[in-house]
Write a protein that binds this ligand. Structure first.
Ligand SMILES: CC(C)(COP(=O)(O)OP(=O)(O)OC[C@H]1O[C@@H](n2cnc3c(N)ncnc32)[C@H](O)[C@@H]1OP(=O)(O)O)[C@@H](O)C(=O)NCCC(=O)NCCS
Length: 328
C-alpha cells in the first residue's frame, strides 16, 4: 500500500461581506444576539455571476500551486458540495473544464457539512490503492443560493466559499500521511436539516416554490445537540483508535458552525481552545467548504509543522459525521 498525503491546500472567499448589521436590515435580529448565540460576525456572499464551480476552481488553483503540481498531474477531481452549479451534470465537470484538467475524472460527493471529510477519505483510498497519484478534493458552496433570506433561524448562519486540497501518493511508510478516517451516518435524523423540494420526492412545481421548499430548513436546537455530541465522539474515537492522548493533537480543525458548540464540546475533551482552528467569526458556516478553508488558514498562519497530528472533524445534514486524522 502507498500512503496519501496532502501536498497543498487553497481557499477562495468571495469579496462581499454580509455583516450582522446588514442582517439587522433584513430580518428581526441583532448583532448582539448573533454574536452571543453563534460567535459569527460576518459571512461572505458569492458574486451573482459566480456559481459554486467558479469558487471551487479558484481554490483549486491555489492548492495546485502550493502542491507544486500542474493541472496535467491531476487524475481525479472530487467536488464535495450540496450546491452544485447543476444537478446534472455534476458540478465537478465545470471545475475540470475551467482548470483544463483533461486527464482528470470528475464527480460530486454529497455529504453536506461532512462532505470534505468524505472526499479526503475516498481520495485517500484511491491514492493508497494505486489508482491515482494526484487528485483534487474540493469543498465548495454557494449556500446563499439555498438560504431563505427571510428566515432568521438560518440566514444568519451560512456563507459562501471554497477550500481545496491536493492529495498525493507517497511511498509506503512515509511519515506525512492521512493516518485514519472515520465516517458515520444516521438517516433517522434526515429531517433535522433538509432542502425538501426539487428532488425526485418533491419535484419543483409552482406550489413547491410558493411553499419555499427550495430553501434549506433546520431544527436548530436538535442540530445543536447532535453537533455537540458528535464533535465529542469524533475527538474521542480518533484518540482511542490511534492510541493518542489529547496533547498529541497539535491542532483540531472543526467544522465551523457555532462557537457555543465548540465550547460545549471542549468541556468534555481535554483540548484547550487555542488548539482549535476557528474562523467562523469571519465566514460563518460554509458547509463542505468550512474544513478545507480552515485547514488552509492553519497552513497560511504557519500553525502546522511537519510531523504534527492534525484532526479534521465535521458533522452535518444526513445526519453525517466523520474525521480525518493527518500526520502533517
Ligand atoms: C440556530 C441557533 C443559533 C439558535 O440558537 P438557540 O440558542 O438554540 O436559540 P433558539 O432556537 O432556542 O431560539 C431562542 C429564541 O431566539 C429566537 N431567534 C431565533 N433566531 C433568531 C435570530 N436570528 N435573532 C434573534 N432571535 C432569534 C427564537 O425565535 C427564540 O425565540 P422564542 O424564545 O421567543 O421562541 C442554534 O440552535 C444553533 O446554532 N444550532 C445549530 C445550527 C447548526 O449548526 N447548523 C448547521 C449544522 S451543520
Amino acid at each position: 500500500m502507498f500512503e496519501a498525503f496532502i501536498s497543498g491546500t487553497g481557499s477562495y472567499l468571495p469579496e462581499r461581506r454580509l455583516t450582522n448589521h446588514d442582517l439587522e436590515m433584513m430580518v428581526d435580529t441583532s448583532d448582539e444576539w448573533i454574536v452571543q448565540r453563534t460567535g459569527i460576525r460576518e459571512r461572505r456572499i458569492a458574486d451573482p455571476a459566480d456559481a459554486t464551480s467558479d469558487l471551487a476552481t479558484r481554490a483549486a488553483r491555489i492548492a495546485l500551486k502550493e502542491a507544486h503540481r500542474s493541472v496535467d498531474d491531476i487524475e481525479c477531481i472530487i467536488l464535495c458540495t450540496v450546491t452544485p452549479d447543476t444537478y446534472m451534470p455534476a458540478g465537478a465537470v465545470y471545475v475540470q473544464r475551467a482548470l483544463g484538467a483533461t486527464r482528470a475524472a470528475a464527480f460530486d460527493l454529497s455529504a453536506a457539512c461532512t462532505g470534505f471529510i468524505h472526499g479526503v477519505t475516498v481520495g485517500t483510498a484511491l491514492v493508497r490503492s494505486g489508482v491515482y497519484e494526484n487528485l483534487l478534493v474540493v469543498g465548495a458552496e454557494t449556500l446563499s443560493r439555498i438560504v431563505d433570506p427571510t428566515d432568521r433561524n438560518t440566514c444568519i448562519l451560512f456563507g459562501d466559499g471554497a477550500g481545496a486540497a491536493v492529495l498525493s501518493r507517497s511511498e509506503p511508510g512515509s511519515s506525512s500521511r492521512v493516518m485514519d478516517s472515520y465516517l458515520r451516518a444516521d438517516g433517522t435524523g434526515s429531517c433535522l436539516i433538509e432542502l425538501p423540494g426539487g428532488g425526485s420526492r418533491r419535484p419543483a412545481t409552482h406550489e413547491s416554490i410558493d411553499a419555499k421548499q427550495h430553501f434549506l430548513r433546520m431544527q436548530g436546537k436538535e442540530v445543536f445537540k447532535f453537533a455537540t455530541k458528535s464533535l465529542v465522539e469524533l475527538i474521542e474515537v480518533a484518540l482511542e483508535r490511534n492510541h493518542l492522548v489529547p496533547d498529541d493533537l497539535a491542532i483540531v480543525v472543526p467544522h465551523q458552525v457555532n462557537y457555543r458548540i465548540i465550547e460545549a464540546a471542549l468541556k468534555k475533551v481535554a483540548i484547550p481552545l487555542e488548539r482549535m482552528l476557528l474562523n467562523l467569526e469571519r465566514y460563518g458556516n460554509t458547509s463542505a467548504a468550512s474544513v478545507p478553508i480552515a485547514l488552509h488558514d492553519a497552513v497560511t498562519e504557519g500553525r502546522l509543522r511537519r510531523g504534527d497530528h492534525v484532526l479534521l472533524v465535521a458533522f452535518g445534514a444526513g445526519l453525517t459525521w466523520g474525521y480525518n486524522l493527518l500526520k502533517w
